[in-house]
Design a protein. Structure first.
Length: 401
């Protein structure tokens, strides 16, 4: 087999000797296989040993297909570790950090790679538009989640739990039951939607995997807390909150419902419990949960900002998303008997101080609404004129559900 002129030129550039070129032409190797050997930058000594293996093969065989040695991807990348090691932000460089506005492949082609001809089988994806799924800095949020992971079984000082009045213990257990229930719903929904996101948005998929894990850990630690100090699980929550979650027709709508509307209220509640819960163990649990939820809220905020800035119909669609999400949250807070009364007892310090606790709960609802509206202001969404009236009413009423 005579080498093509292009392969001969590459062989000369690689400083291969005439003797090596002659051996290759006399071998069973095809021209494309020899181009692959050139791409692998093999020394003549290694080429000689490789040819010995080829010659020892049965007649008709010419060795493995080495086409993978000549990819169409960008080569020579050397990512440099950052302050926290070699993280996702450090490898998202050059063509490997460019995420197109619309992902062009329906299969499992990784970002920065290209499909293999003849093996293109479509996957289960349905989310291909970057404006629906993206959040700037999501790779760093993923690294934060991995770095800040904690283990409820060993990181919580369970032996330090102390006895407290039955009404306070039962109120804490009821709050734990409710938010553990929410965690299960979060994990189920994000897990289902993650499969639908195109592989090119792998940073978002990786981040969502951490949020699914966070949701499971929230359920884990709160169930343990409810059963570790003489209490028990409480009543199931009403569940109207989930109407907008399970009813989301677009991934962005789910992000808005959970990671913006709901999380803004959850973060405020966890932060408040980390401040006022009587037992140090409870304060530690809710401090850790608040930190996780702030990360989820940060993702939701960044995703919403990107959506507003890049989706052509963002503001019209967002109005519908927020209407549904706020309505389901308001129904849960107003009509579910499981959260308001238990929080009022905790905030007041016992059932005998329920009126004090109810006023503190009103202040808490006002604080939740204020922070939620300020969050939307930060992404250029003025929600105050159209915010759900029931959420406004909760901020004005001192009566727990």
């Amino acid at each position: 087999m005579k080498l093509s002129e292009g392969t001969r030129i590459r062989a000369r550039e690689a400083a291969w000797s005439t003797e090596t070129v002659t051996k290759l032409e006399e071998s069973r190797l095809r021209d494309d296989q020899i181009r692959s050997l050139l791409a692998l930058k093999l020394t003549e000594e290694r080429i000689g040993r490789y040819l010995e293996i080829i010659e020892a093969m049965p007649e008709g065989q010419s060795g493995p297909n080495l086409a993978w040695a000549r990819p169409t991807t960008e080569l020579g990348i050397r990512a440099v570790p950052g302050p926290n090691g070699l993280g996702m932000p450090e490898i998202n460089i050059k063509t490997y950090g460019h995420v197109p506005d619309r992902w062009p492949y329906e299969n499992d082609t990784p970002l920065g790679s290209h499909p293999t001809p003849g093996s293109y089988a479509p996957g289960p994806y349905s989310v291909y538009n970057k404006s629906e799924v993206w959040a700037d800095g999501v790779d760093a949020l993923y690294e934060d989640a991995i770095r800040e992971r904690w283990i409820p079984a060993t990181d919580i000082d369970w032996k330090a739990l102390q006895a407290q009045p039955e009404d306070m213990e039962r109120a804490i257990c009821q709050v734990c039951t409710l938010f553990a229930q929410h965690g299960l719903a979060e994990a189920k929904l994000f897990g289902a939607w993650e499969e639908k996101i195109a592989y090119g948005f792998h940073d978002v998929k990786d981040y969502l995997a951490t949020q699914v894990f966070d949701a499971g850990r929230k359920t884990d630690v709160l169930r343990k807390r409810a059963l570790a100090n003489g209490g028990s699980l409480g009543q199931q929550g009403l569940g109207t909150l989930y109407r907008s979650w399970f009813g989301a027709l677009k991934l962005t709508e789910l992000f808005v419902a959970i990671n913006v509307v709901y999380k803004s209220y959850e973060v405020a509640t966890f932060e408040k419990l980390a401040e006022v819960a009587p037992l140090a163990v409870d304060r530690d649990i809710f401090r850790r949960l608040a930190n996780d939820s702030r990360r989820h809220l940060e993702f939701g905020t960044r995703n919403l900002k990107y959506y507003v800035q890049h989706h052509p119909n963002a503001r019209e669609y967002l109005s519908h998303f927020l209407n549904r999400s706020e309505a389901s949250l308001a129904d849960e807070l107003m009509y579910s008997p499981t959260e308001g009364a238990s929080l009022a007892i905790i905030f007041g310090g016992g059932v005998e101080n329920l009126s004090v606790g109810a006023e503190k709960l009103r202040n808490h609802r006002e604080d939740q609404l204020r922070k939620y509206l300020l969050l939307l202001d930060s992404v250029a969404v003025d929600r105050l004129p159209t915010v759900n009236l029931a959420l406004l009413g909760l901020a004005r009423s001192a009566q727990p559900a």
